[in-house]
Design a protein around this ligand. Structure first.
Ligand code: ZN
Length: 191
């Protein structure tokens, strides 16, 4: 397996719309090996998710996993999930404020409003259809990753720029309040 280079904000690839994959492409050894590399790169960088477009492949694949993540210690765990050609649809108008960061946006976090309940339709890495609901903090992670496939970064959605913070300043000044909000979101939405 190979660690892939992660594009940083300003790289034009991050502003492209990634293209859909065909079932035949997805089944190819080349794409299956690529998915292994994407997951390994996400693990190496301690990401909660990584979109193919972030490693200079503008195709509609994202990897998501949260397993006691040191970058995001308050995030509920999410088993390793590969989404191919994902479509997200809000199931209600309910939203919450999510403090986000991104492997493609070094040392910056900011508050992004996210839907609290989303329907996820996609293929898994074997081309098997996925049709499920995600909620709460987990729904925020899914929306962040799928935004990448449309050339969007979390900074585009930060409603109040005064919430922008480096990771060093996040810990003392913003994390305690956000942890309390996360607890309320998890209480209400279950994840
Ligand atoms: Zn990101």
């Amino acid at each position: 397996m190979t660690l892939l280079k992660i594009a940083q904000i300003g790289a034009p690839v991050l502003r492209q719309r990634a293209r859909e994959l065909t079932e035949a492409e997805l089944a190819s050894p080349e794409i299956q090996n690529f998915i292994d590399d994407l997951v390994e790169t996400m693990h190496d960088a301690s990401g909660a998710g990584l979109a193919a477009i972030q490693v200079y492949r503008p195709i509609r694949i994202v990897a998501i996993e949260v397993a006691d993540n040191p970058r995001y210690p308050y995030k509920p765990n999410i088993p390793l999930t590969i989404l191919v050609n994902p479509v997200l649809s809000p199931l209600s108008e309910d939203r919450f404020d999510n403090y986000e960061g991104c492997l493609s946006v070094p040392d910056l976090r900011g508050v992004v409003p996210r839907y609290a309940q989303m329907r996820v339709q996609a293929w898994d890495r074997n081309g098997t259809p996925i049709d499920r609901e995600v909620r709460g903090i987990t729904a925020g992670t899914f929306q962040h990753e799928v935004d990448h496939l449309d050339g969007s970064l979390f900074v585009d959605r930060v409603a109040d720029p005064t919430t922008l913070t480096t990771w060093k300043e996040f810990a003392p000044h913003h994390e305690p309040g956000f942890r309390a909000r996360v607890a309320a979101v998890v209480e209400r939405w279950g994840s």
